[in-house]
Write a protein that binds this ligand. Structure first.
Ligand SMILES: O=C(O)CCC(=O)C(=O)O
Length: 279
């Protein structure tokens, strides 16, 4: 018996590679989280965008609350089972009128996960309608396996390595995943997706939370951390992550910096490996 998703939503995930939208939090709660994120940005004088948007669940107790929320984890459990680690988290902000976009890609490209079974919950802290550049996907593309990507450097691309699907995408076959503040979508790690610039009147912000079953492993030569968020882990394929206590306190910042460095090193090693194939 599923905990949160309907049988139709689970069938849609299997068939199309995504589910959208799923109700989780009130818009007031999402607004309060957005306010905290933006207060931190103001205090730092730095937006949590490209280069500064990895793993905030290690810095902020309010993000820790979201990644452990049953409203999200129950749906994730319906797809990957009860023993769950958080593998990665990216904040995806797009200012209104900016050129920021995300190129066509598959999340699995530099994750080196075996098997490729991770699911991303994209939790909306603001409304994300089509005009704001919500995610756009190719339904069913998760069944194609890992596709070739090239690295195209462009500072407007929120993907820091610029990984971009080599093949052209037929836009007549795509679907949008609009969500309202407090809702989330779910997508499979092989689902081809992108997002266009924000042409709406407000900023668009989401947290892309990547969950894996504890039995998955990272085949990269570089070991990474991942947080056990539900159930138990008999496999120990990842180093544990420390839960934040003080908002961006010194211990939180030190642990975060180290975990991000490990993750970037793994990503770089996987990108180098893929470059050999690309040549
Ligand atoms: O937020 C976006 O526009 C893209 C998000 C994304 O690529 C992801 O969550 O995998």
């Amino acid at each position: 018996m599923p905990k949160k998703l309907t049988a139709e939503q689970i069938a849609q995930y299997d068939r199309d590679g995504y589910v959208c939208p799923v109700n989780a939090f009130t818009s007031e709660r999402a607004r309060a989280w957005r306010d905290r994120l933006e207060a931190f940005e103001r205090a730092q004088g730095q937006k949590m965008t490209r280069g500064h948007n990895f793993k905030p669940h290690l810095l902020f107790p309010w993000v820790d609350e979201i990644v452990h929320a049953p409203e999200v984890l129950d749906a994730v459990e319906d797809l990957i089972g009860p023993d769950i680690r958080l593998f990665h988290l990216t904040v995806w902000p797009k200012d209104a009128g900016s050129g920021a976009y995300v190129s066509w890609h598959q999340d699995a490209t530099y994750f080196a996960l075996e098997p490729a079974c991770h699911v991303t919950a994209w939790v909306a802290l603001t409304d994300a309608p089509v005009e704001a550049g919500c995610m756009e996907v190719v339904p069913g593309s998760h069944k194609l396996g890992q596709l070739p990507h090239a690295e195209l450097q462009d500072t407007d691309n929120l993907l820091s390595r610029g990984q971009t699907l080599v093949a052209d995408v037929d836009r007549s076959r795509t679907a949008f995943m609009p969500v309202k503040a407090g809702q989330f979508s779910l997508h499979h790690t092989h689902l081809v997706h992108n997002s266009r610039p924000n042409r709406w009147h407000d900023r668009r912000i989401g947290l892309g939370i990547s969950y894996i079953p504890t039995w998955a492993r990272c085949t990269s030569s570089r070991r990474v951390t991942a947080m056990l968020v539900r159930g138990e882990d008999k496999y120990r394929n990842f180093d544990d992550e420390r839960r934040p206590v003080e908002e961006a306190g010194p211990a939180e910042q030190a642990f975060h910096a180290e975990a991000v460095a490990h993750f970037r090193a793994m990503n770089a090693a996987e990108s180098d490996k893929a470059a050999i194939v690309r040549r």
